[in-house]
Design a protein around this ligand. Structure first.
Ligand SMILES: Cc1ncc(COP(=O)(O)O)c(C=O)c1O
Length: 341
């Protein structure tokens, strides 16, 4: 059992869920949500902060600023609180309420931009706000997860070797793409260590990360309204785009089996099962990366009204939401309980 004195000193890196009994394929889900920041972004945040400390960019009176749809913001809030830095997170209305509250609880300031950029997303607006901020005072330090090599290096150092250590004969790896940090760190590691692993990038429909027209995206985490500067497509064997309705169906299918994951896990697992079904790949070993857990999505992905308003009644039926009759029926007796005559 580890004993720690800083919240970022603990990260469970060796937990995989075997999804064969749910989906029928040898698909293992690498769980990245078991740390105090609750997501894979702890790795990137740690690496970027430490490298800024090493090269002298980050000083005791610096104010960290970053654009994040949530998870990196939480990870940086936690690290900033632990190390005594101030932190301002610039986000947009798709950031979950609980994520925003979490950042504030950790002592960070959160600024929500509301104007759409030219691609119909908020990223352009967030970046513009940050540029103006940094130009106004040189105490602001913008780590810039979209361009910072520490973002992919974190996964090169940790995520990829953690996967290869458990699955030395891995055939295919499914990685969701936001900034492309996870994707590039893993893809570079497998290429440089000469492992013949097929790298499948997963994106959400409506994202322009790999080209294509922009569209509405309501689930934070995956997808970008610009091409990720860290992305080098020569490392990627295939790209799969997933509709949000399929993401939600997959999240609910996992939840019905007791695994409550975040939206991007539903996206990645949906892509992986679709790909494995297409290849009829029952003999292949596949890993997909689950960036976080589901609690932050209780008021979105797992909330009936939110789903109904955005995607319509039909999705609720196909997602297997609980039957309302369940609430009205008699409560089942607790097993082994004696009833007086
Ligand atoms: C929930 C979730 N999924 C996926 C990603 C994508 O990871 P990356 O930015 O490394 O591409 C992130 C990153 O913020 C995330 O928070």
């Amino acid at each position: 059992m580890p004993v720690i004195s800083a919240p970022h000193a603990f990260n469970e890196g060796s937990l995989f869920v075997d999804l064969e009994s749910i989906f029928g394929y040898r698909l293992y889900l690498k769980c990245e949500g078991f740390n105090f920041a609750g997501s894979i972004k702890l790795k990137a945040a740690n690496e970027m902060v430490e490298s800024a400390e090493r090269d002298g960019t980050l000083k005791p009176d610096s104010v960290l600023v970053e654009s994040s749809s949530g998870n990196l913001g939480v990870a940086l809030s936690m690290i900033a609180a632990s190390k005594g830095y101030r932190f301002l997170c610039v986000t947009d209305p798709r950031c979950n309420l609980s994520t925003k509250l979490l950042m504030e609880a950790l002592g960070s300031q959160v600024h929500v931009v509301t104007d759409l950029d030219e691609n119909g997303g908020f990223l352009g607006t967030r970046l513009e706000y940050l540029r103006a901020l940094c130009a106004s005072d040189d105490r602001y330090v913008w780590l810039s997860q979209y361009t910072n090599a520490g973002n992919w290096r974190a996964h090169y150092r940790t995520t990829a070797p953690e996967i290869a250590g458990h699955f030395p004969r891995l055939d295919v790896l499914f990685v969701g793409t936001g900034t492309a940090g996870t994707l590039m760190g893993c893809a570079r590691w497998f290429r440089e260590w000469h492992r013949p692993v097929r790298i499948v990038a997963v994106d959400s429909a409506g994202s322009v990360a790999f080209g294509g027209p922009p569209g509405r995206r309501m689930i934070p985490g995956l997808g970008m309204s610009m091409r990720p500067p860290l992305l080098d497509e020569s490392y990627v064997d295939e790209v799969i785009r997933v509709e949000e309705a399929d993401t939600i169906r997959t999240c609910h299918r996992l939840a019905r089996r007791g695994f409550l994951f975040g939206g991007s896990t539903g996206t990645v697992v949906s892509a992986a099962t679709e790909w494995l079904a297409r290849q009829d790949a029952r003999e292949l070993t596949a890993v997909a990366i689950a960036p976080d857990l589901g609690e932050r999505y209780l008021d979105t992905v797992y909330q009936t009204n939110w789903l109904q308003d955005l995607y319509g009644e039909q999705l609720l039926d196909s997602a297997g939401m609980p039957d309302p009759a369940w609430d009205e029926g008699p409560a089942p007796r607790a097993p082994g309980r004696r009833h007086r005559p």
